[in-house]
Design a protein around this ligand. Structure first.
Ligand code: GDP
Ligand code: GDP
Length: 438
């Protein structure tokens, strides 16, 4: 179940982290493993009046000399807001409104989430009201005087905040698996989608947020819901409007980012192209699970090309050698199309799987016994103290070692292979973090 997220926004030094700590109380940071959540932000669980939510500090909004957001920071704040159900904009009551506050306020008004304005550092109640009143000019409604350090005023702020937070039971089922269908034009993405949907009535739901680059189709198989993120349909419309076939790699990238599992559709007749390789690279970078779907298998001369030969060529041209499954289908005849969903389900399960620390260490102990870590020329040998899974989607395992430089690529690959062989992880990348611990 995904918890609603509240983003904390504001300039540096206004007291954002103090407020986050106040809202989250004694709770410790968690690594949030919902898809779409950027991995380097910290989410803290908070609770108020029967509502649970996560608070995320977006980091200070820093401006350059032209009082414009630094693009990267703006991007980060946008990403945080995109997944949030509300935002708290924190300002400093002791300095009064600054030009940067006005900039941020104007920008916040354009964002698709409700914004509450918290005027921090208002320790004295009477003075606080005066200080807060100055912030009406930001045009974000009532300013709430608070003191993040003392905790005063935060109750009223939270009372208002929870009005914007959906109760847990209202949150849509996130058990669904998000599947992006990507590939070059004409590989058969639309045909594949139609084949999945068949006669069944598709529930078409536009995605929430500002960009509508893809239309989602929700289907169900054996109690499992799949949200198919299709990038083809929109292109078709553009195609009619502009008369040119055009492949937007950015649209494909966005779909990959929203997905749990990506179907990389390859045209069996054309084979792997540079565009396919680009998409594959992005799937790996984003840490998404992936199935390689070789479509139009009906159109291939089977005598000259066995599946085995074909697979070898594919693997050498894509870099999924270790983990992605390949399936040969025909969207036209429907051959093996249903089988894709079974692979998707397995891949999604691996992608979000968590393995206990004791099991991980059992695998490690065994792996090291078979094959000891290399010794450097200087003599000291690499030593693995222990490992633990720190997050999922994709599974990420931290390995604490004496000196990470002592572990060469060969050995690192060996350890990864051991994890795969012993623990499965079909269809998902896994990430190993080698951490030196003196
Ligand atoms: P951030 O950069 O926005 O995350 O700000 P911090 O939470 O790190 O706080 C910046 C400074 O403001 C620190 O020195 C805090 O002690 C101080 N500060 C934070 N909250 C309050 C408050 O409610 N009252 C006062 N007087 N100072 C505060
Ligand atoms: P998209 O651009 O990736 O959405 O591709 P389409 O689904 O529009 O398909 C492009 C062309 O390939 C169409 O003419 C389809 O009829 C054809 N096509 C799609 N799937 C198959 C298949 O499995 N076998 C064959 N032979 N043709 C296919």
């Amino acid at each position: 179940m995904a918890l609603p997220i509240v983003a904390i926004i504001g300039r540096p030094n206004v007291g954002k982290s103090t407020l986050v700590n106040r809202l989250a109380g004694e709770q410790t940071a968690i690594v949030h493993d919902e898809p779409g959540v950027t991995r380097d932000r910290t989410y803290l669980p908070a609770f108020w009046n029967g509502r649970e939510f996560l608070v995320v500090d977006t980091g200070g909004l820093v401006f350059n000399d032209d009082t414009e957001f630094l693009p990267l920071i703006r991007q980060q704040a946008m990403t945080a807001l995109a997944e949030a159900c509300g935002a708290i904009f924190v300002v400093d009551g002791q300095t009064g409104p600054t030009s940067a506050d006005l900039e941020i306020a104007e920008w916040m008004r354009q964002q698709p989430v409700p914004v509450l304005l918290a005027v921090n550092k208002c320790e004295s109640p009477e003075q606080g009201l005066m200080q807060a009143a100055e912030f009406w000019e930001l045009g974000l409604g009532e300013p709430y005087p608070i003191s993040a350090i003392h905790g005063s005023g935060t109750g009223e702020l939270l009372d208002e905040l929870v009005n914007h937070i959906p109760a847990i039971e209202d949150i849509p089922d996130t058990n669904e698996i998000k599947v992006a269908i990507v590939g070059r034009p004409n590989v058969g993405k639309s045909s594949l989608l139609n084949s999945f949907v068949g006669e069944e009535r598709a529930i078409v739901s536009p995605i929430s947020g500002t960009t509508r680059d893809a239309i989602d189709t929700v289907i169900e198989r054996e109690g499992q819901t799949y949200r198919l993120i299709d990038t083809a349909g929109i292109r078709k419309k553009k195609h009619i409007e502009y008369g040119t076939e055009f492949f937007s790699i950015n649209r494909a990238f966005k779909a990959i980012r929203r997905a749990d599992v990506v179907l990389l559709v390859i045209d069996a007749v054309d084979g792997v192209t540079e565009q396919d390789q680009k998409l594959a690279g992005r799937i790996i970078e984003e840490g998404r699970a992936c199935i390689i779907v070789v479509n139009k298998w009906d159109a291939v001369e089977k005598d000259s090309y066995t599946i085995y030969d074909y697979e070898k060529t594919l693997q050498s041209r894509l870099h999924f050698t270790e983990w992605a499954e390949t399936i040969f289908v025909s969207a036209l005849s429907g051959q093996r199309v249903e089988k894709i969903l079974e692979l998707v389900k397995t891949a999604a399960e691996s992608h979000k799987r968590r393995v206990s620390t004791s099991v991980i260490n059992e695998v490690l102990t065994d792996a090291v016994s078979w094959h000891s870590p290399p010794a450097s020329r200087g003599g000291r040998q690499g030593k693995i103290y222990y490992g633990t899974q720190v997050s999922s989607q994709p599974p990420t395992i931290a390995l604490f070692v004496n000196d990470s430089k002592r572990f060469n690529d060969n050995y690192r690959r060996y350890i990864e292979r051991q994890f795969r062989q012993q623990l499965g992880f079909k269809g998902t990348p896994i990430i190993l973090l080698w951490r030196s611990k003196k």
